[in-house]
Ligand binder design. Structure first.
Ligand code: AMP
Length: 459
Protein backbone atom coordinates (compact mmCIF):
# COMPACT_ATOMS: atom_id res chain seq x y z
CA UNK A 1 0.00 0.00 0.00
CA UNK A 2 1.23 3.51 -0.80
CA UNK A 3 0.77 6.74 1.14
CA UNK A 4 -1.17 8.11 -1.87
CA UNK A 5 -3.71 5.30 -1.38
CA UNK A 6 -4.38 6.56 2.14
CA UNK A 7 -5.88 9.71 0.62
CA UNK A 8 -3.57 12.20 2.33
CA UNK A 9 -3.32 15.85 1.29
CA UNK A 10 -0.66 16.66 -1.35
CA UNK A 11 1.38 18.85 1.02
CA UNK A 12 1.63 15.96 3.48
CA UNK A 13 2.57 13.46 0.77
CA UNK A 14 5.38 15.81 -0.21
CA UNK A 15 6.66 15.91 3.39
CA UNK A 16 6.46 12.12 3.66
CA UNK A 17 8.46 11.71 0.47
CA UNK A 18 11.00 14.19 1.79
CA UNK A 19 11.26 12.15 5.03
CA UNK A 20 12.17 9.14 2.87
CA UNK A 21 9.16 7.02 3.83
CA UNK A 22 8.16 4.79 0.96
CA UNK A 23 5.17 2.98 2.45
CA UNK A 24 3.00 3.24 5.51
CA UNK A 25 3.78 0.99 8.46
CA UNK A 26 1.03 -1.48 9.53
CA UNK A 27 -0.29 0.83 12.23
CA UNK A 28 -0.41 3.71 9.76
CA UNK A 29 -2.23 1.58 7.18
CA UNK A 30 -5.00 0.88 9.66
CA UNK A 31 -5.15 4.09 11.65
CA UNK A 32 -4.81 6.78 8.97
CA UNK A 33 -7.91 6.00 6.82
CA UNK A 34 -10.10 5.51 9.91
CA UNK A 35 -8.85 8.72 11.52
CA UNK A 36 -9.41 10.66 8.28
CA UNK A 37 -13.05 9.53 8.48
CA UNK A 38 -13.16 11.01 11.98
CA UNK A 39 -13.28 7.74 13.92
CA UNK A 40 -12.04 7.54 17.48
CA UNK A 41 -9.15 5.08 17.79
CA UNK A 42 -7.81 2.80 20.48
CA UNK A 43 -4.44 1.58 19.30
CA UNK A 44 -2.07 -0.87 20.86
CA UNK A 45 1.14 -0.90 18.90
CA UNK A 46 4.78 -1.37 19.70
CA UNK A 47 7.21 1.45 20.24
CA UNK A 48 8.97 2.34 16.99
CA UNK A 49 6.00 1.22 14.89
CA UNK A 50 5.43 4.65 13.37
CA UNK A 51 2.60 5.54 15.75
CA UNK A 52 3.37 9.27 15.78
CA UNK A 53 2.66 9.55 12.06
CA UNK A 54 -0.37 7.29 12.54
CA UNK A 55 -2.13 10.01 14.53
CA UNK A 56 -0.37 13.10 13.19
CA UNK A 57 -0.78 12.53 9.44
CA UNK A 58 -4.61 12.25 9.48
CA UNK A 59 -4.84 15.24 11.84
CA UNK A 60 -2.64 17.39 9.62
CA UNK A 61 -4.69 16.19 6.64
CA UNK A 62 -7.82 17.46 8.37
CA UNK A 63 -6.27 20.87 9.00
CA UNK A 64 -4.83 21.10 5.47
CA UNK A 65 -8.23 20.29 4.01
CA UNK A 66 -10.09 22.90 6.06
CA UNK A 67 -10.60 25.85 3.71
CA UNK A 68 -11.45 28.91 5.77
CA UNK A 69 -9.51 30.06 8.79
CA UNK A 70 -11.25 28.42 11.72
CA UNK A 71 -12.85 30.29 14.57
CA UNK A 72 -10.27 31.25 17.13
CA UNK A 73 -7.46 31.42 14.59
CA UNK A 74 -6.88 35.05 15.40
CA UNK A 75 -3.45 35.26 16.94
CA UNK A 76 -2.92 36.78 20.32
CA UNK A 77 -1.00 39.59 18.60
CA UNK A 78 -3.96 40.36 16.34
CA UNK A 79 -6.17 40.31 19.40
CA UNK A 80 -3.90 42.85 21.09
CA UNK A 81 -3.92 45.10 18.01
CA UNK A 82 -7.73 45.02 17.91
CA UNK A 83 -7.87 45.85 21.60
CA UNK A 84 -5.54 48.80 21.08
CA UNK A 85 -7.65 49.99 18.13
CA UNK A 86 -10.68 49.89 20.40
CA UNK A 87 -8.76 51.98 22.93
CA UNK A 88 -8.70 49.09 25.41
CA UNK A 89 -5.75 47.82 27.36
CA UNK A 90 -4.51 44.73 25.50
CA UNK A 91 -5.01 41.49 27.43
CA UNK A 92 -3.46 38.11 26.95
CA UNK A 93 -5.82 36.15 24.71
CA UNK A 94 -5.99 32.48 25.62
CA UNK A 95 -4.60 30.07 23.05
CA UNK A 96 -7.32 28.02 21.36
CA UNK A 97 -5.58 24.93 19.93
CA UNK A 98 -7.31 22.56 17.53
CA UNK A 99 -5.27 19.54 18.51
CA UNK A 100 -3.76 18.39 21.79
CA UNK A 101 -1.28 15.53 22.16
CA UNK A 102 -0.63 14.43 25.73
CA UNK A 103 2.59 12.51 26.39
CA UNK A 104 4.09 11.08 29.59
CA UNK A 105 7.53 12.64 29.20
CA UNK A 106 9.18 15.78 27.96
CA UNK A 107 11.42 13.80 25.61
CA UNK A 108 8.48 12.15 23.91
CA UNK A 109 6.68 15.49 23.64
CA UNK A 110 9.69 17.06 21.94
CA UNK A 111 9.92 14.13 19.54
CA UNK A 112 6.26 14.43 18.63
CA UNK A 113 6.68 18.16 18.04
CA UNK A 114 9.72 17.58 15.82
CA UNK A 115 7.84 14.90 13.86
CA UNK A 116 4.88 17.28 13.46
CA UNK A 117 7.15 20.01 12.08
CA UNK A 118 8.53 17.44 9.63
CA UNK A 119 5.12 16.14 8.47
CA UNK A 120 3.64 19.65 8.30
CA UNK A 121 6.68 21.28 6.63
CA UNK A 122 4.72 22.13 3.46
CA UNK A 123 1.56 23.34 5.16
CA UNK A 124 1.07 27.05 5.52
CA UNK A 125 -0.78 27.58 8.73
CA UNK A 126 0.03 24.77 11.09
CA UNK A 127 2.22 25.41 14.11
CA UNK A 128 3.00 22.89 16.82
CA UNK A 129 4.49 23.78 20.20
CA UNK A 130 5.56 21.78 23.23
CA UNK A 131 4.27 22.76 26.67
CA UNK A 132 6.51 21.03 29.14
CA UNK A 133 7.51 21.00 32.75
CA UNK A 134 11.03 22.35 33.17
CA UNK A 135 10.64 24.95 30.42
CA UNK A 136 10.66 28.63 31.57
CA UNK A 137 7.15 30.13 31.81
CA UNK A 138 7.94 33.34 29.82
CA UNK A 139 9.11 31.22 26.88
CA UNK A 140 5.92 29.16 27.04
CA UNK A 141 3.80 32.33 27.20
CA UNK A 142 5.49 33.50 24.00
CA UNK A 143 4.74 30.19 22.30
CA UNK A 144 1.10 30.25 23.44
CA UNK A 145 0.71 33.85 22.29
CA UNK A 146 1.17 32.63 18.73
CA UNK A 147 -2.02 30.64 19.18
CA UNK A 148 -0.59 27.37 17.81
CA UNK A 149 -2.99 24.93 16.19
CA UNK A 150 -1.26 21.97 17.85
CA UNK A 151 -0.15 21.62 21.46
CA UNK A 152 2.04 18.73 22.54
CA UNK A 153 2.15 18.66 26.30
CA UNK A 154 2.92 16.77 29.47
CA UNK A 155 -0.17 16.83 31.71
CA UNK A 156 1.15 18.69 34.79
CA UNK A 157 2.38 21.83 33.07
CA UNK A 158 -0.64 21.96 30.81
CA UNK A 159 -2.93 22.06 33.84
CA UNK A 160 -0.96 25.05 35.21
CA UNK A 161 -1.61 27.00 32.00
CA UNK A 162 -5.25 25.97 31.86
CA UNK A 163 -5.81 27.09 35.43
CA UNK A 164 -4.24 30.48 34.77
CA UNK A 165 -6.50 30.98 31.76
CA UNK A 166 -3.75 30.75 29.12
CA UNK A 167 -5.36 27.92 27.21
CA UNK A 168 -8.96 27.42 26.19
CA UNK A 169 -9.96 24.10 24.65
CA UNK A 170 -13.35 25.18 23.29
CA UNK A 171 -12.03 24.89 19.71
CA UNK A 172 -10.35 21.52 20.21
CA UNK A 173 -11.03 19.02 17.42
CA UNK A 174 -8.51 16.25 18.07
CA UNK A 175 -7.21 14.80 21.34
CA UNK A 176 -4.39 12.23 21.37
CA UNK A 177 -3.16 10.33 24.41
CA UNK A 178 0.24 8.96 23.50
CA UNK A 179 1.62 6.12 25.65
CA UNK A 180 -1.51 6.32 27.79
CA UNK A 181 -0.51 3.30 29.91
CA UNK A 182 2.66 5.09 30.88
CA UNK A 183 0.84 8.28 31.80
CA UNK A 184 -1.41 6.30 34.13
CA UNK A 185 1.60 4.46 35.61
CA UNK A 186 3.13 7.85 36.35
CA UNK A 187 0.03 8.95 38.28
CA UNK A 188 -1.38 11.43 35.76
CA UNK A 189 -4.92 10.03 35.88
CA UNK A 190 -6.49 13.01 37.71
CA UNK A 191 -4.72 15.53 35.47
CA UNK A 192 -5.85 13.66 32.37
CA UNK A 193 -9.45 13.53 33.57
CA UNK A 194 -9.35 17.27 34.28
CA UNK A 195 -7.93 18.05 30.85
CA UNK A 196 -10.47 15.86 29.07
CA UNK A 197 -13.31 17.48 31.01
CA UNK A 198 -12.21 20.84 29.58
CA UNK A 199 -12.47 19.67 25.96
CA UNK A 200 -15.63 19.57 23.82
CA UNK A 201 -17.56 16.28 23.56
CA UNK A 202 -17.43 16.64 19.79
CA UNK A 203 -13.66 16.04 19.70
CA UNK A 204 -12.04 13.07 17.96
CA UNK A 205 -10.04 10.98 20.45
CA UNK A 206 -7.10 8.71 19.63
CA UNK A 207 -5.46 6.71 22.39
CA UNK A 208 -2.17 4.87 21.93
CA UNK A 209 -0.93 2.44 24.55
CA UNK A 210 1.25 -0.65 24.91
CA UNK A 211 -1.78 -2.37 26.40
CA UNK A 212 -5.51 -1.76 26.22
CA UNK A 213 -6.26 -3.95 29.24
CA UNK A 214 -7.06 -3.02 32.83
CA UNK A 215 -7.16 0.61 33.96
CA UNK A 216 -6.09 1.96 30.56
CA UNK A 217 -8.83 -0.02 28.82
CA UNK A 218 -11.45 1.30 31.23
CA UNK A 219 -10.39 4.88 30.72
CA UNK A 220 -10.07 4.38 26.96
CA UNK A 221 -13.64 3.20 26.66
CA UNK A 222 -14.94 6.05 28.81
CA UNK A 223 -13.35 8.82 26.77
CA UNK A 224 -14.01 7.52 23.25
CA UNK A 225 -17.15 7.06 21.15
CA UNK A 226 -17.54 3.86 19.15
CA UNK A 227 -13.76 3.56 18.79
CA UNK A 228 -12.02 1.48 16.18
CA UNK A 229 -9.68 -0.87 18.06
CA UNK A 230 -6.38 -1.52 16.34
CA UNK A 231 -4.02 -4.09 17.74
CA UNK A 232 -0.88 -4.30 15.68
CA UNK A 233 1.60 -6.23 17.71
CA UNK A 234 0.98 -8.32 20.77
CA UNK A 235 3.76 -8.76 23.28
CA UNK A 236 4.56 -12.12 21.65
CA UNK A 237 5.62 -10.60 18.35
CA UNK A 238 7.30 -7.53 19.75
CA UNK A 239 10.87 -6.68 19.00
CA UNK A 240 11.57 -9.64 16.78
CA UNK A 241 14.64 -7.83 15.45
CA UNK A 242 16.10 -7.46 18.93
CA UNK A 243 18.17 -10.32 20.30
CA UNK A 244 17.96 -10.70 24.04
CA UNK A 245 20.37 -12.28 26.50
CA UNK A 246 20.87 -12.69 30.20
CA UNK A 247 24.28 -12.86 31.87
CA UNK A 248 24.26 -14.04 35.48
CA UNK A 249 26.56 -12.20 37.86
CA UNK A 250 27.71 -13.07 41.36
CA UNK A 251 28.01 -9.57 42.82
CA UNK A 252 28.50 -5.90 41.96
CA UNK A 253 32.17 -6.25 41.16
CA UNK A 254 31.42 -9.14 38.79
CA UNK A 255 28.65 -7.06 37.21
CA UNK A 256 30.98 -4.10 36.65
CA UNK A 257 33.67 -6.29 35.10
CA UNK A 258 31.05 -7.89 32.87
CA UNK A 259 29.67 -4.54 31.71
CA UNK A 260 33.16 -3.24 31.04
CA UNK A 261 33.90 -6.31 28.94
CA UNK A 262 30.61 -6.18 27.03
CA UNK A 263 30.94 -2.47 26.29
CA UNK A 264 34.25 -3.14 24.55
CA UNK A 265 32.42 -5.19 21.91
CA UNK A 266 33.40 -3.61 18.62
CA UNK A 267 29.94 -4.13 17.11
CA UNK A 268 28.58 -1.47 19.48
CA UNK A 269 27.79 1.75 17.73
CA UNK A 270 25.95 3.34 20.65
CA UNK A 271 24.50 1.83 23.82
CA UNK A 272 22.01 2.68 26.54
CA UNK A 273 22.68 1.28 30.00
CA UNK A 274 19.70 1.29 32.37
CA UNK A 275 20.09 1.73 36.10
CA UNK A 276 17.43 1.56 38.82
CA UNK A 277 18.13 4.96 40.35
CA UNK A 278 19.19 8.43 39.26
CA UNK A 279 22.14 8.33 41.61
CA UNK A 280 23.35 5.03 40.12
CA UNK A 281 23.05 6.54 36.65
CA UNK A 282 25.37 9.40 37.66
CA UNK A 283 27.82 7.11 39.46
CA UNK A 284 28.00 4.60 36.64
CA UNK A 285 28.36 7.29 33.96
CA UNK A 286 31.30 8.74 35.95
CA UNK A 287 32.85 5.30 36.37
CA UNK A 288 32.55 4.53 32.65
CA UNK A 289 34.02 7.91 31.75
CA UNK A 290 37.03 7.19 33.97
CA UNK A 291 37.30 3.78 32.28
CA UNK A 292 37.68 5.55 28.93
CA UNK A 293 34.15 5.46 27.45
CA UNK A 294 32.37 8.56 26.20
CA UNK A 295 29.52 8.16 28.64
CA UNK A 296 26.81 10.47 29.96
CA UNK A 297 23.93 10.17 32.40
CA UNK A 298 20.29 11.00 31.64
CA UNK A 299 17.71 11.15 34.39
CA UNK A 300 14.79 13.12 35.73
CA UNK A 301 16.77 15.18 38.25
CA UNK A 302 18.67 16.90 35.45
CA UNK A 303 17.41 20.26 34.17
CA UNK A 304 15.65 20.16 30.85
CA UNK A 305 18.54 22.04 29.20
CA UNK A 306 21.05 19.44 30.37
CA UNK A 307 18.78 16.61 29.25
CA UNK A 308 18.40 18.17 25.81
CA UNK A 309 22.15 18.69 25.50
CA UNK A 310 22.81 15.06 26.42
CA UNK A 311 20.21 13.78 23.96
CA UNK A 312 21.59 15.98 21.19
CA UNK A 313 25.10 14.72 21.93
CA UNK A 314 23.74 11.17 21.71
CA UNK A 315 22.05 11.89 18.38
CA UNK A 316 25.25 13.45 17.01
CA UNK A 317 27.25 10.41 18.12
CA UNK A 318 29.28 12.38 20.66
CA UNK A 319 28.04 10.12 23.47
CA UNK A 320 28.64 6.43 22.98
CA UNK A 321 27.18 5.12 26.22
CA UNK A 322 24.10 6.71 27.72
CA UNK A 323 23.41 5.68 31.31
CA UNK A 324 19.75 6.29 31.94
CA UNK A 325 16.74 5.71 34.15
CA UNK A 326 13.44 4.46 32.73
CA UNK A 327 11.47 7.66 32.63
CA UNK A 328 14.25 9.78 31.17
CA UNK A 329 15.02 7.31 28.39
CA UNK A 330 11.44 6.67 27.38
CA UNK A 331 10.76 7.40 23.76
CA UNK A 332 14.43 7.92 22.76
CA UNK A 333 14.54 7.26 19.04
CA UNK A 334 18.16 7.07 17.86
CA UNK A 335 18.63 4.46 15.14
CA UNK A 336 22.36 4.09 15.86
CA UNK A 337 21.72 2.59 19.32
CA UNK A 338 22.82 -0.99 18.73
CA UNK A 339 22.83 -2.24 22.32
CA UNK A 340 20.75 -1.90 25.45
CA UNK A 341 22.10 -3.10 28.79
CA UNK A 342 20.02 -3.65 31.88
CA UNK A 343 22.58 -2.95 34.56
CA UNK A 344 19.61 -3.27 36.91
CA UNK A 345 16.44 -5.08 35.90
CA UNK A 346 13.35 -2.87 35.69
CA UNK A 347 10.62 -3.13 38.34
CA UNK A 348 7.90 -3.92 35.81
CA UNK A 349 8.06 -6.23 32.79
CA UNK A 350 6.40 -3.47 30.70
CA UNK A 351 9.45 -1.31 31.34
CA UNK A 352 11.69 -4.08 30.05
CA UNK A 353 9.82 -3.97 26.74
CA UNK A 354 10.17 -0.20 26.53
CA UNK A 355 13.84 -0.34 27.47
CA UNK A 356 14.87 -2.87 24.86
CA UNK A 357 12.84 -0.92 22.29
CA UNK A 358 15.53 1.82 22.43
CA UNK A 359 17.55 -0.40 20.09
CA UNK A 360 16.45 -2.12 16.90
CA UNK A 361 14.92 1.14 15.64
CA UNK A 362 14.05 1.88 12.03
CA UNK A 363 14.14 -1.78 11.00
CA UNK A 364 17.68 -2.46 12.25
CA UNK A 365 18.85 -5.24 14.52
CA UNK A 366 19.60 -4.66 18.17
CA UNK A 367 20.95 -6.55 21.13
CA UNK A 368 19.55 -6.28 24.66
CA UNK A 369 21.62 -7.72 27.50
CA UNK A 370 20.51 -8.00 31.11
CA UNK A 371 23.02 -8.42 33.92
CA UNK A 372 21.19 -10.41 36.52
CA UNK A 373 21.98 -11.52 40.03
CA UNK A 374 20.97 -15.10 40.76
CA UNK A 375 18.43 -13.88 43.31
CA UNK A 376 16.70 -11.95 40.50
CA UNK A 377 15.96 -15.01 38.40
CA UNK A 378 12.27 -14.71 39.34
CA UNK A 379 12.18 -11.26 37.74
CA UNK A 380 13.61 -12.65 34.53
CA UNK A 381 10.87 -15.25 34.54
CA UNK A 382 8.22 -12.56 35.02
CA UNK A 383 9.59 -10.74 32.00
CA UNK A 384 9.58 -13.97 30.00
CA UNK A 385 5.97 -14.64 30.94
CA UNK A 386 5.00 -11.10 29.97
CA UNK A 387 6.79 -11.13 26.61
CA UNK A 388 6.05 -14.81 26.00
CA UNK A 389 9.67 -15.20 24.96
CA UNK A 390 12.52 -17.02 26.58
CA UNK A 391 15.56 -14.91 27.18
CA UNK A 392 18.63 -17.05 26.54
CA UNK A 393 21.44 -17.12 29.07
CA UNK A 394 24.93 -16.48 27.82
CA UNK A 395 28.28 -17.07 29.47
CA UNK A 396 31.55 -15.32 28.69
CA UNK A 397 34.73 -17.31 28.97
CA UNK A 398 36.79 -15.98 31.87
CA UNK A 399 33.76 -14.19 33.35
CA UNK A 400 31.65 -17.22 34.24
CA UNK A 401 29.48 -16.84 37.34
CA UNK A 402 30.53 -19.01 40.26
CA UNK A 403 26.97 -20.25 40.67
CA UNK A 404 25.25 -21.66 37.65
CA UNK A 405 21.69 -20.45 36.96
CA UNK A 406 18.91 -22.43 38.67
CA UNK A 407 17.46 -23.61 35.39
CA UNK A 408 20.20 -23.04 32.87
CA UNK A 409 19.42 -22.12 29.32
CA UNK A 410 21.66 -21.42 26.43
CA UNK A 411 21.63 -19.71 23.12
CA UNK A 412 23.67 -18.58 20.23
CA UNK A 413 23.26 -15.66 17.93
CA UNK A 414 22.03 -16.72 14.49
CA UNK A 415 24.93 -17.04 12.07
CA UNK A 416 25.78 -13.73 10.46
CA UNK A 417 23.58 -11.74 12.83
CA UNK A 418 25.04 -8.42 13.78
CA UNK A 419 23.45 -5.62 15.79
CA UNK A 420 22.80 -2.46 13.82
CA UNK A 421 22.50 -4.20 10.46
CA UNK A 422 19.30 -3.92 8.53
CA UNK A 423 16.62 -6.47 9.29
CA UNK A 424 16.60 -7.48 5.65
CA UNK A 425 20.29 -8.04 5.84
CA UNK A 426 21.11 -6.74 2.37
CA UNK A 427 23.70 -9.48 2.26
CA UNK A 428 25.23 -8.22 5.48
CA UNK A 429 23.57 -10.66 7.83
CA UNK A 430 20.15 -12.07 8.52
CA UNK A 431 17.65 -10.78 11.04
CA UNK A 432 16.83 -12.17 14.45
CA UNK A 433 14.02 -14.54 15.32
CA UNK A 434 10.98 -14.50 13.05
CA UNK A 435 7.50 -13.96 14.49
CA UNK A 436 6.39 -17.02 16.37
CA UNK A 437 9.88 -18.46 16.40
CA UNK A 438 11.71 -19.05 19.68
CA UNK A 439 14.38 -16.50 20.41
CA UNK A 440 17.04 -19.12 21.00
CA UNK A 441 18.61 -21.61 18.71
CA UNK A 442 18.73 -25.30 19.44
CA UNK A 443 22.10 -26.32 20.77
CA UNK A 444 23.77 -28.84 18.52
CA UNK A 445 25.42 -30.54 21.46
CA UNK A 446 26.52 -29.91 25.02
CA UNK A 447 27.37 -26.26 25.53
CA UNK A 448 30.76 -25.31 26.85
CA UNK A 449 29.23 -24.33 30.18
CA UNK A 450 27.25 -27.54 30.37
CA UNK A 451 23.92 -25.73 30.19
CA UNK A 452 20.87 -27.17 28.52
CA UNK A 453 17.82 -25.85 26.76
CA UNK A 454 14.89 -25.10 29.02
CA UNK A 455 11.39 -25.05 27.66
CA UNK A 456 9.23 -22.00 28.24
CA UNK A 457 6.62 -22.49 30.93
CA UNK A 458 8.76 -24.59 33.23
CA UNK A 459 9.30 -21.72 35.55
P1 AMP B 1 7.42 6.16 16.23
O1 AMP B 1 6.80 4.80 16.46
O2 AMP B 1 6.39 7.20 15.90
O3 AMP B 1 8.30 6.56 17.38
O4 AMP B 1 8.35 6.06 14.92
C1 AMP B 1 9.53 5.32 14.89
C2 AMP B 1 10.46 5.72 13.75
O5 AMP B 1 9.91 5.27 12.50
C3 AMP B 1 10.69 7.22 13.61
O6 AMP B 1 12.08 7.40 13.42
C4 AMP B 1 9.94 7.61 12.35
O7 AMP B 1 10.60 8.66 11.67
C5 AMP B 1 9.99 6.32 11.52
N1 AMP B 1 8.84 6.13 10.61
C6 AMP B 1 7.53 6.40 10.86
N2 AMP B 1 6.77 6.04 9.81
C7 AMP B 1 7.59 5.51 8.87
C8 AMP B 1 7.39 4.95 7.56
N3 AMP B 1 6.18 4.85 7.02
N4 AMP B 1 8.50 4.52 6.90
C9 AMP B 1 9.73 4.61 7.45
N5 AMP B 1 9.99 5.11 8.68
C10 AMP B 1 8.93 5.57 9.40
Amino acid sequence: MSFEALGLHASILKAIAEAGYTQPTPVQQEAVPAAILGRDLLVSSQTGSGKTAAFMLPSLHKFASAEAAPAGAKTANQERQSAKARGERPRFAAATPKMLVLTPTRELALQVTTATDKYGAFMRRVKAVSILGGMPYPKQMQLLARNPEILVATPGRLIDHMESGKINFSQLEVLVLDEADRMLDMGFIDDIEKIIAATPDTRQTMLFSATLDGVVGNMARRITRDPMVIQIASTTTKHENIQQRVHFVDDLSHKNRMLDHLLRDTTIDQAVVFTATKRDADTLADRLTIAGFTAAALHGDMHQGARNRTLNALRRGQVQVLVATDVAARGIDVPTITHVFNYDLPKFPEDYVHRIGRTGRAGRNGLAISLVNHAENMNVKRIERFTKQLIPVDVIEGLEPKKSAAAPRTSRKPAGWKPGTNRNGNGKGSGGAKPGQRTFSKPSGPHKDGSARRSFGNS
